[in-house]
Design a protein around this ligand. Structure first.
Ligand SMILES: [Zn+2]
Ligand SMILES: [Zn+2]
Length: 318
């Protein structure tokens, strides 16, 4: 399915904190990488083996395009930048996050769970890097962009011209790449074998759904995701993600059909695993409540600990 000159590297696992898929695009001067994968040393060794398997070496990589500044997509920059100094392309809103990863505290809304008194890991403060260090398999790296991706423009990578399509929700500057000639749509974390997490400060559920509408409108013939396998049925794949998001919404509405429920109680009913309730469960639930509240379907009462949610059952619908 992939056009000649584009190669896909999939690491061993597909589910977080697994390494994101890496695309390599050959040109006469060497090669481009789209994302570089996790920062674990073993993962980087496997990336280099993949590059070697194509008759190239790491020094042939002249350009790195990062779809967004998350550790599973750019963690390996910590090793790569020790060996080479490629051009680095990023969406403008992702540039400061890649340059100073502590800024991910805000886009991950990592303080939400602590705000509601949910702290299964006894973290002293809301700190993404501290959270990520709980699981050492995918540490974050920092990288300074040398080039800005035009969010509404095109990106020329070798002989290919990709249309840039930005889909917030999971990351404000999440870049999808569409190549009209082959019909290839690289969806990054917008669509894949799993539904990526979403948080209020990364674009929310509304942003996520609008992003799916955008990519569903492209004349794509196949999808290459960051996590999972390629798919020859783009429309089906996008619809599956949308359906999963709405199934989650229905589940939340069902849990609210009785008496008002506190945020922590609702959270543990929707997400059982404490890992998940801390992150990204709190953030995902907040996104759904924000959307339902804006639609006049739930009411969120009180502040701080007294916060609770009530289903409006058709009343006061906007
Ligand atoms: Zn991501
Ligand atoms: Zn990812």
């Amino acid at each position: 399915m992939l056009p000649e000159g584009i190669y896909l590297h999939k690491d061993n696992e597909t589910i977080w904190p697994a390494s994101a898929n890496v695309l390599l695009i050959k040109d006469p001067d060497g090669a481009y990488l789209v994302d570089v994968g996790c920062g674990h040393e073993d993962t980087y060794v496997r990336l280099k083996e993949f590059i070697a398997g194509l008759g190239l070496s790491i020094t042939d990589i002249h350009t790195v395009v990062l779809t967004h500044a998350h550790p599973d997509h750019m963690g390996a920059m910590r090793h790569l930048l020790e060996e080479i100094s490629p051009r680095i392309f990023l969406h403008p809103v992702e540039i400061p996050l890649a340059a100073e990863p502590s800024r991910l505290d805000r886009t991950f809304d990592i303080d939400l769970a602590l705000h509601y008194g949910i702290n299964p890991f006894n973290l002293e403060r809301a700190d993404v890097n501290e959270y990520l260090s709980l699981d050492k398999s995918c540490p974050m790296a920092r990288a300074d962009a040398t080039h800005t991706i035009d969010p509404a423009g095109e990106l020329e990578l070798g002989r290919f011209t990709f249309q840039v399509v930005v889909t917030p929700g999971h990351a404000n500057g999440l870049v999808n790449l569409f190549e009209p000639e082959s019909g290839m749509l690289f969806t990054a974390d917008a669509v894949g074998d799993v539904v990526a997490w979403y948080s209020p400060s990364s674009g929310g559920l509304t942003g996520f759904l609008e992003g799916l509408d955008k990519i569903a409108g492209l004349p794509a013939s196949f999808i290459v995701p960051s996590h999972g396998d390629m798919s020859g049925v783009p429309g089906e794949k996008i619809e599956k993600t949308r359906a999963r998001l709405f199934r989650r919404e229905e589940r939340i509405i069902k849990e609210l059909s009785g008496a008002p429920v506190s945020f922590p109680e609702l959270l543990t009913r929707v997400f059982k695993n404490p890992w998940i309730t801390f992150f990204p469960g709190s953030q995902i639930l907040q996104c759904h409540l924000d959307k339902l509240e804006a639609e006049g379907r739930v009411r969120c009462h009180g502040e701080e600990d007294a916060w609770s949610v009530e289903l409006l059952q058709g009343r006061n619908r906007i």
